[in-house]
Design a protein around this ligand. Structure first.
Ligand code: C2E
Ligand code: MG
Ligand code: MG
Length: 701
């Protein structure tokens, strides 16, 4: 180095252009170098004095040429001067170049400087001058800051994420793991890093995972999949994961596997599911579960062929126990009953609580005999007393039973039929059981589902009309029939009008149904006419709602015209209840009458209404209610009422028909009382139109 220096000096001295070169150096240093250059003289006591500053140095630091020759403390603000003093002292002390970065704040600008202080030594080896070269590194510093901030932001997301995150390379090797990943898998940091992800996962789940991982490496994130991770405790943790690709400079270098423990949620789900399918009080399954179980049994091929039974159980007088002993005793009773039922049926059936005091048993693989034995065992189990509030009490169950496949092939129907059977037991004195039989009526609880079936009945063509002959008691001739509606429900079997007419009335469905009845009766009359039979009259029952239809006369007229039926062939039966004692009723009746229809009062005597209307209304026939006829032989009062009605009708010039005649003695009685016509099982049940045609119609001569 020294050699080189000497050679340069020698060269410069030798050169005639020494002066020029010096000037050139000075120019370059002073004017053209962008870095700031300062030369400091070191004086005794480590005092530093400005000797030189280049143009850039003067411009950027607010120093002026006048400051050259001043001490550091004189030229700079105190704080900055002290800061630099320390760096300069360090150079002198350590006798080697010192580098530092500082922030320089001036009135109009600010910059980061990176400075190298280089000592210049005298012959004694002491630092007598220090050369400072400062470069503006603001851009670099800001870029570094931004990078550092980004790194921190990313780290915050990684380290503080509530999910567990593993950063994987393309081979599935763990590069980084966040604290939650360690916590969840309970592995210390080093144990995770470097491991392959397949070591941590359930082997089966890994197969799906690796497919997702592969997909992610092609740039598509995947989410919300389940997998089980191994845990050092040998159990597995149920997790849900997503995989996000790590793309750097447009290249996928790996993926983040983000996952969380879903065990707490699964627990919650299990609890909710338990609550959804169990009855809280007794711990038994509930009705919802029963429907699911039944549906499964009925749809799964493997078990569909098996027989089973449904027993609906209702506790007799439960309301009484509840009211007498209090609700907690009532609850206790239900729990005890649940236990008793469970222990009686143990393996052969599942017990469900339907709600209130109703339980249901679902017996698999059971035929009628087996079910009978179980029902008997249940009755036996209730022979034992129940202890309520320290008192021995006896409770009896009533049971209704339906069997699959005899009584239906869907859950709803089987339950309805078991209910219908239960309803019958309740009506007949409780404390026993009954198997479903055709034509049992349904309790009100089933009305809602009945309604939905009823709505479909018209479209499905489930209605039919049967005709019951009305016999002339004088000559035994038959010239009129009553049309009675029949519903053959696909789901419910035969439902009697007594069970559905009220519902049809309440829901308004009676209007379209009633229309259909008129249509069908007119069609039938036309058919009989076409076939050449002697004309007959058919009576159609009219419900109160139909009677209130303002356009009823027109509707009927349209049908008569459509089928070209003589109005005298049609009769309408209206109950007393439907006919209010008003002007309006009179008007409607007159309009119906003016068409040429025959009008009869159905179930006469039952309605307790004023007799006044008999005088005012344009009526033709009174139909004596069945309840009187049924007891004319046994009850004098009923006999008296019947005769009175007959006399009344005759006095008013009305025809009279007795309904519900089942016995020959009743016929005798009615004949003696001068009753004109009678209708009832004694003569004939309501029959299909074809049978009526065969048995009762005569060809016109
Ligand atoms: P209702 O008009 O009084 O009809 C007579 C009912 O007595 C019929 O019951 C009939 O089958 C039954 N019956 C006939 N003879 C005897 C007998 O000797 N003994 C006994 N115990 N019963 C007998 P059904 O068909 O069940 O009809 C019940 C009620 O439903 C009818 O009583 C009527 O009020 C109503 N209904 C029937 N069809 C229609 C209809 O098309 N429209 C309307 N709105 N109501 C109808
Ligand atoms: Mg009737
Ligand atoms: Mg009647």
């Amino acid at each position: 180095m020294d050699q080189l220096k000497h050679r340069n000096e020698a060269w410069l001295q030798a050169s005639s252009i020494e002066q020029d070169v010096e000037k050139l150096f000075f120019d370059i240093t002073f004017k053209h170098i962008k870095d700031m250059l300062f030369v400091m003289k070191v004086e005794r006591g480590l005092v530093f004095r400005y000797l030189f500053a280049n143009e850039s140095g003067l411009q950027r630091t607010e120093l002026t040429l006048e400051d050259m020759g001043s001490l550091l403390q004189e030229a700079l603000p105190e704080e900055k001067a002290n800061e630099l003093q320390q760096q300069y002292e360090k150079v002198c002390r350590e006798k080697r170049p010192v580098q530092y970065r500082d922030l320089n704040v001036y009135a109009d600008w600010t910059f980061y400087g990176e400075t190298i202080l280089t000592p210049v030594f005298n012959e004694q080896g002491e630092v007598y001058t220090v050369v400072a070269v400062t470069r503006d590194v603001t851009e670099t510093v800001l870029r570094e800051d931004a990078l550092a901030e980004n790194e921190e932001r990313y780290r915050s997301m990684f380290d503080h994420n509530l999910d567990a995150i593993l950063s994987l390379d393309k081979d599935g090797v763990i590069i980084q793991a966040n604290p939650n990943a360690h916590a969840l898998l309970e592995q210390c940091k080093n144990a995770l890093v470097g491991k392959s992800i397949d070591e941590l996962m359930n082997a089966q789940d890994y197969v799906t995972f690796s497919r997702h991982f592969e997909q992610t490496l092609h740039g598509t994130a995947t989410e919300n999949f389940d997998c089980r991770f191994h845990h050092p405790s040998n159990k597995e943790i149920n997790c849900q994961y997503k995989i996000v690709p790590i793309i750097v400079k447009k290249e996928t270098i790996g993926a983040y596997l983000i996952f969380r423990d879903v065990e707490p949620q699964m627990d919650q789900i299990r609890k909710i599911r338990h609550m959804a399918y169990h009855d809280q009080l007794t711990g038994l399954y509930n009705r919802k579960k029963l429907l699911i179980d039944m549906d499964r049994t009925l749809t799964e091929d493997a078990i569909r062929t098996q027989r089973f039974a449904i027993l609906t159980i209702d506790l007799d007088r439960f309301k009484y126990f509840n009211d007498t002993f209090g609700h907690s005793a009532g609850d206790l009773l239900l729990q005890t009953v649940a236990d008793r039922l469970r222990s009686v049926v143990s393996e052969e059936a599942v017990v469900y609580r339907q709600g209130g005091d109703e339980f249901i048993l679902f017996m698999f693989n059971a035929d009628k005999d087996q079910t009978t034995r179980t029902a008997d065992r249940i009755l036996d189990a209730f022979q034992e007393p129940f202890v309520l509030v320290g008192q021995e009490t006896y409770v009896t169950p009533s049971m209704g039973i339906s069997l699959y496949p005899e009584d239906g092939d869907d859950a709803e129907m089987l339950l309805m039929r078991a209910d219908a059977a239960l309803h019958r037991v309740k009506q007949k004195g409780r404390g026993h059981y009954q198997f479903y039989k055709l034509n049992m009526s349904y309790p009100m609880a089933n009305v809602v589902s009945m309604e939905s079936h009823l709505r479909k009945a018209l479209v499905r063509g489930e209605f039919e009309i049967h005709y019951q002959p009305q016999v002339n008691l004088l000559d035994g001739k038959i010239s009129s029939f009553e049309a009675l509606l029949r519903w053959r429900s696909r789901e419910l079997g035969n439902v009697s009008p007594g069970d559905f007419i009220m519902l049809a009335e309440e829901t308004g469905l009676i209007l379209p149904i009633g229309d259909w009845v008129f249509e069908e009766v007119c069609r039938q009359l036309a058919e009989w006419k076409r076939s050449g039979f002697e004309p007959v009259r058919v009576a159609v029952n009219l419900s109160p709602k139909q009677f209130q239809q303002h356009d009823l006369p027109q509707r009927i007229e349209r049908k008569l015209t459509k089928y070209n039926i003589d109005p005298g062939r049609l009769e309408i039966e209206i109950t007393e209840g439907a006919m209010q004692d008003t002007e309006e009723t009179i008007q409607i009746l007159h309009r119906l009458k003016s068409i040429g229809l025959t009008i009869s009062v159905d179930d006469f005597g039952k309605g307790y209404s004023s007799l006044n209307y008999l005088k005012q209304f344009p009526l033709d026939i009174l139909k004596i209610d069945q309840s009187f006829v049924r007891e004319i032989l046994t009850d004098k009062k009923n006999a008296a009422i019947t005769t009175t009605i007959i006399h009344l009708a005759q006095a008013l010039g009305l025809e009279v028909i007795a309904e519900g005649v089942e016995l020959v003695q009743q016929v005798d009685f009615l004949q003696q009382a001068n009753c004109q016509k009678a209708q009832g099982f004694y003569f004939s049940r309501p029959l299909h139109a074809d049978e009526i045609q065969e048995q009762f119609l005569l060809y016109a001569t």
